[in-house]
Design a protein around this ligand. Structure first.
Ligand code: NAD
Ligand code: UDP
Length: 336
């Protein structure tokens, strides 16, 4: 059985759907700080069966020990964490507590339960402003914000753990920009409050929840002046977790660090145009000042994941926009 911490969240739900369809038994574990129990019901509707979900906190040793005592877990995918870059600057202690201290509690409970296969949600944030794109895993690691530092610290903790306990198999997955939704439209991204990220902002403009998109920066050294990112369909990302899990279940007893991206970048304005085409909805937008802390352009080199995990992102920007729109138009208020 596979434990998905943070399994009721955006990426966890999509990964659970892919793993269950592939015949895995999963148990979700979540404190619902950034997700809703209804989302798990939607997952159950997709896969056509009950999905066990335990409410608890990764920072609680009692919750974690109880989970491992009650479920025959043989691998963990650790999604649970806080992810808002801006908030991480204002609430550093909360971010280090959730993301770093929470992971330490989980790892100690895994050691007690003798579970040594671990897949970790890291982030392209660990690179900060890169010297080149596509970014290889060997690039310098200099995260530019607190959130990115929490991810890099956990990566380093896991590398140290592996030196001391070489029996562990650990995949560190550095995600680029996850977007889109399950093609059925029952699950998708449902941020609390006004979205910080581009795609949920665009979809909420399309359903009329927000009046217009602000494009942060029109004078970057990019082809159209707007920022460029590597947008990866969340179903591709979910399949990347399936590949990483299969790798860990083969007990390679090493630490594998892999980018999960598409290998190409799109600008904000390209994404807006693709979304308008997919949805048939105009997206009113206005170019405003750059957002503090934003890097002009970056995208990932996914060749290592292809070689080591046999995984490649297959879905296009048009697929991403179609599925993001399908989710938002069927659920204008998200899971509410
Ligand atoms: P999400 O917020 O939708 O999911 C995270 C889940 O973890 C939520 O359901 C939340 O309730 C739960 N959680 C948070 N703290 C917890 C705790 N202490 N105990 C138990 N549950 C807890 O976010 P997501 O987009 O699905 O991201 C999943 C992981 O991937 C996170 O670790 C995030 O940092 C990482 N990541 C996300 C992105 C992105 O853009 N979405 C990019 C790179 C990395
Ligand atoms: N962006 C934007 N308007 C928004 C949100 C984001 O123009 O309302 C831009 C942002 O400047 C960046 C890209 O969209 O160039 C992706 O930003 P997002 O916050 O989604 O992800 P990030 O790459 O910052 O993790």
């Amino acid at each position: 059985m596979i434990l998905l911490t943070g399994g009721a969240g955006y990426i966890g739900l999509h990964t659970a759907a892919v793993l269950i369809e592939a015949g895995q038994q999963v148990v979700l574990f979540d404190n619902f700080s950034n997700s809703k129990p209804l989302a798990v019901k939607r997952l159950e509707a997709i896969v056509g069966r009950a999905v066990p979900c335990v409410e608890g906190d990764v920072r609680s040793r009692a919750d974690m020990d109880g989970l491992f005592d009650q479920h025959p877990v043989n691998a963990v995918i650790h999604f649970a964490g806080l992810k808002a870059v801006g908030e991480s600057a204002n609430q550093p202690l909360r971010y280090y507590d959730n993301n770093v201290a929470g992971t330490l509690v989980l790892l100690a409970a895994m050691q007690r339960a003798e579970v040594r296969r671990f897949v970790f949600s890291s982030s392209a944030c660990v690179y900060g402003e890169p010297d080149v794109s596509p970014i290889p895993e060997s690039a310098a690691l200099r995260p530019a914000n607190t959130y990115g530092r929490t991810k890099l610290m956990v990566e380093e903790i896991l590398r140290d753990l592996h030196v001391a306990a070489p029996g562990w198999s650990i995949a560190l997955l550095r995600y680029f920009n996850p977007v889109g939704a399950h093609p059925g439209g029952q699950i998708g991204e449902d941020p609390n409050g006004i979205p910080n990220n581009l795609m949920p902002f665009v979809t909420q403009v399309a359903v009329g929840r927000l009046p217009e998109l602000q494009v942060f920066g029109g004078d970057y050294p990019t082809p159209d002046g707007s920022g460029v990112r590597d947008y990866i369909h969340v179903m591709d990302l979910a399949e990347g977790h399936r590949a990483a899990l299969d790798w860990a279940l083969r007990d390679p007893q090493e630490v594998l660090t892999a980018n999960l991206g598409t290998g190409r970048g799109y600008s904000v304005l390209e994404l807006v145009r693709a979304f308008e085409k997919a949805s048939g909805k105009p997206i009113p937008h206005r170019i405003v000042a750059r957002r503090a802390g934003d890097v002009p352009a970056y995208w990932g080199d996914p060749s290592l994941a292809r070689q080591r995990l046999g995984w490649t992102a297959r879905r296009t920007l048009d697929d991403i926009c179609r599925d993001a729109w399908n989710w938002q138009r069927r659920n204008p208020q998200g899971f509410a």
